[in-house]
Write a protein that binds this ligand. Structure first.
Ligand SMILES: NC(=O)c1ccc[n+]([C@@H]2O[C@H](COP(=O)([O-])OP(=O)(O)OC[C@H]3O[C@@H](n4cnc5c(N)ncnc54)[C@H](OP(=O)(O)O)[C@@H]3O)[C@@H](O)[C@H]2O)c1
Length: 436
């Protein structure tokens, strides 16, 4: 969608929000925003169609409103500093599709029910940091003007307030906010945690990464390589074969090393192709499987004795999230016994909630990998969409399996945002009118 069309859409959203729907179809209006309002993808209810996903004017978050909202939801007061962030980029996550339609387990458990602002990952700039009176005085690792990234619900918006532990400094100045959004703080840590903490993937082992061109997949491929493992990826289309082959080719020779490769799992019998690739290096199967699709039974056929299968998602079951879902895969347990397979579940969000120390360790390892002098992880961007009014188009592309890597939303220009934050910070330091 052209950017001008986006402005028209945004104007329509303003008019509708202001109860002036008849103006919405007229020529573009000048954008004027109340200081207390911002744009966000706010869902009053689950959607039936992705076209219902439109930005609207919603209250700009303040520290007071954040604390009041905790009280309103009967949640405990903050136990750590709060960080107010100006979002420059967000990315589309498969889970956005599920949340929008209300079919994620967190919707069913009542953790996230409408109304809420959609979006799970962001890159942005710190506007301000606040020490709530309920917390002991403690130093915060970020300050106004810092570039940060993180994962939390509510990122498809212009601003967000988060507890400090959910906000991460960029691993090195070499990374841009656009790139960090493309890694996705709700994406790359999932694959890092699955491969390191859960699978215990070691150098010299072979991992089978299903949906290797998907959001989790493209980073699992690169993380596994950085850990010294061999990778075999599966994908569902010819185009995605070349995306993953591009990640596996030796930059000097252009060749894919023996014992690695990409297999199209839309053709029956793909398991034999996986075994043939393993045989190139005298292996009788893969050591680890990273399954985000729902392919455990067929994966067992590809696994060596004593192999590990990490179950992290069911993309094939959920599709767009709107359609009728199929039954979950049922696995004959004798197959697990015969090969002495370990089937390991992984739920990133729940691990963060229940095992915060494990999550801190995971982030440390990931940030060290991302900060390496020679970049071992490269962002994979399907497309960058300008403006929150294109979130629905990007989600549509994801639901149709067109997206490889990540679809990124540029909420605002990174350099302009930095200048604006700097100005607001200067004004507030001079006791001026800044809202900080
Ligand atoms: N365990 C956790 O903590 C955790 C965290 C985040 C996400 N997840 C889950 O992991 C799964 C993958 O997430 P992701 O972010 O990688 O998603 P994604 O970027 O949408 O990639 C999913 C891939 O799955 C493949 N796929 C196969 N059948 C599909 C279908 N019917 N509909 C859509 N895609 C299909 C597609 O690749 P091909 O076209 O190549 O087949 C697609 O690229 C999702 O189920 C998500 O909910 C789990």
């Amino acid at each position: 969608m052209a950017q001008n069309d986006g402005i028209l859409n945004l104007n329509r959203a303003i008019c509708v929000a202001a109860g002036e729907a008849e103006k919405a179809d007229q020529q573009p209006l000048a954008l004027s925003k109340d200081e207390a309002l911002m744009y966000g993808i706010y869902l009053n209810d689950y959607v039936k169609s992705l076209s219902q996903i439109q930005p609207s004017l919603i209250p700009r978050p303040t520290f007071d409103s954040y604390i009041s909202s905790l009280k309103a939801k009967s949640r405990p007061p903050p136990t750590e500093p709060l960080v107010h962030i100006k979002i420059t980029h967000t990315a589309i996550n498969h889970v956005d599709l599920l949340y929008a339609h209300g079919v994620h387990q967190n919707n069913k458990s009542g953790l996230f029910v409408p109304p809420f602002t959609l979006g799970l990952e962001f890159g942005g700039i710190v506007l301000n940091v606040m020490q709530p009176s309920t917390t002991p005085s403690q130093k915060c690792h970020v300050k106004p003007g810092d570039k940060v990234w993180g994962g939390s619900i509510g990122t498809h918006a212009e601003e967000l307030i988060l507890p400090a532990s959910a906000v991460h400094l960029l691993p090195s100045p070499k990374w841009s906010l656009h790139e960090m959004a493309a890694l996705g703080a709700g994406t790359i840590p999932v694959s890092y945690g699955a491969l390191t903490t859960i699978a215990g993937l070691k150098a010299g082992e072979t991992i089978l990464v299903h949906a290797a061109a998907g959001g989790l997949g493209v980073y699992a491929v690169q993380i596994a390589r950085a850990l010294g493992a061999r990778v075999i990826g599966t994908v569902g289309s010819v185009h995605k074969v070349s995306v993953v082959e591009g990640l596996l080719r030796d930059p000097n020779t252009g060749e894919i090393p023996r014992g690695e490769g990409v297999v199209n799992y839309s053709k029956d019998g793909w398991e034999k192709e996986i075994l043939a690739i393993c045989n190139q290096v005298a292996k009788d199967g893969v050591d680890v499987v990273y399954d985000t699709v729902g392919l455990v039974t067929k994966s067992i056929r590809c696994t060596t004795f004593n192999g590990r299968i990490v179950v992290a998602g069911f993309a094939a079951r959920t599709g767009t999230g709107a359609e009728k879902v199929d039954e979950l895969e049922k696995v004959a347990v004798n197959r697990i016994l015969l090969k002495q397979i370990k089937v390991l579940g992984y739920r990133f969000g729940e691990t963060s909630r229940r095992l915060p120390q494990e999550t801190i360790k995971m982030w440390k390892g990931l940030n060290e990998m991302l900060a390496r002098e020679e970049r071992v992880i490269k962002p994979v961007v399907y497309a960058t969409y300008k403006g929150l009014d294109n979130v629905n188009e990007a989600m549509e592309a994801l639901s149709q399996r067109k997206v490889y890597g990540k679809a990124v939303i540029e909420v605002c220009d990174e350099h302009e945002a930095l200048r604006e934050v700097q100005q607001r910070t200067d004004q507030s330091q001079k006791g001026g009118l800044a809202r900080l």
